[in-house]
Design a protein around this ligand. Structure first.
Ligand code: RIB
Ligand code: CA
Length: 308
């Protein structure tokens, strides 16, 4: 069996694609999915996680409900990107399955206690992970790695300074970056260089029901990136974080000191990456600095095609 992971997520179009990639990749074993508020409210992100797992007949994978708001800041849904449902575009039936008993934080604590080498893959705000570290002192010793989608060296998408996942709950992110855990940051600097283009999506559209679902997700999600950035392709942020657990061949990372701005705007949620090691502070994060975008996209599309 592959690397055991817990996907902590706020589906979200790219979250959904990230989950499908994990399910299509024998290199990883999904122990469970934990939902968090972010792209949409907790109720909607939880429902969306259940919908995706049902669509691919993987209701054997539990969904545990997490936090419905950030540790300190107000909950703020990115409906301008993902729509009112959080998964606008495809007409997915309401789920017939329910979330599993037990809070997400308790599920993660149990999973990392029962299994060796578990990698946490948070691809939404880090609220659940921040709370885990507070609720279970010492749990960080049981966590092999945390590979996050979040942050940026040099740009922002929700504000000029910050990437959404970190901006949404900067205090939680601060806890993760100062935890001493082996943290990898898959940020906008690399996700924005690994775009999925319509020509590749057309391959998926022809590939069957799962490919058709991904194409329908993309059609809605791509509209935002065309309007906002004028790009011909769209970043599949969260799937790149999962891909980095599948194989380290897609990303180039550098071990650097990273600090989260937990102050007010305009710096709120900025990840200050000490790229040129000017701070004298010990590196605490493997930062994505380069990516084989086409290589990642080819593997992503091939894996998604394999799902029926
Ligand atoms: O900034 C991109 C991140 O914010 C992705 O995880 C996307 O799903 C949203 O949560
Ligand atoms: Ca997300």
């Amino acid at each position: 069996m592959g690397t055991k992971i817990v996907l902590d997520t706020d589906p979200g179009h790219d979250d959904a694609i990230a989950l499908l990639l994990a399910l299509a990749s024998p290199e990883v074993e999904v122990l469970g999915v934990t939902s968090v508020s972010g792209n949409q409210t907790l109720e909607k992100t939880t429902t969306n996680a259940l919908k995706i797992l049902e669509f691919v007949d993987r209701t054997d994978i539990p969904v545990h409900v997490g936090c419905d708001r950030p540790l300190v800041r107000e909950q703020w849904a990115a409906a301008y990107v993902h729509g009112e449902s959080g998964l606008d575009g495809p007409d997915l039936p309401d789920p017939t399955t329910k979330p599993a008993e037990g809070h997400a934080v308790d599920f993660i604590a149990q999973a990392v206690s029962e299994h060796e080498g578990v990698v946490l893959v948070p691809v939404g705000p880090l609220t659940n992970i921040g709370l885990l570290l507070a609720r279970y002192p010492g749990i960080e010793e049981r966590i092999a790695r945390v590979v996050i989608m979040g942050g940026a060296i040099a740009e922002g998408n929700v504000t000029p300074a910050a990437e959404f996942n970190i901006w949404a709950d900067p205090e939680a992110a601060h806890r993760v970056f100062t935890s001493g855990i082996d943290v990898t940051m898959v940020g906008l600097d690399v996700t924005h260089k690994a775009l999925l283009f319509p020509q590749k999506v057309d391959e998926l559209r022809e590939a069957g029901r799962v490919g058709g679902l991904v194409a329908a997700l993309y059609d809605f999600y791509h509209g935002h990136h065309q309007r906002m950035y004028g790009w011909e392709g769209s970043p599949v942020h969260d799937a790149l974080a999962v891909a980095h657990v599948v194989s380290d061949r897609f990303l180039q990372t550098e071990h650097r000191y990273v600090e989260v701005d937990i102050g007010p705007e305009p710096g709120r949620g900025r990840t200050y990456v000490d790229l040129w090691q000017r701070s004298g502070k010990e590196p605490n994060c493997h930062v994505g600095v380069g990516v084989d975008g086409p290589g990642f996209i080819d593997v992503l599309v091939d894996r998604l095609k394999s799902l029926k």
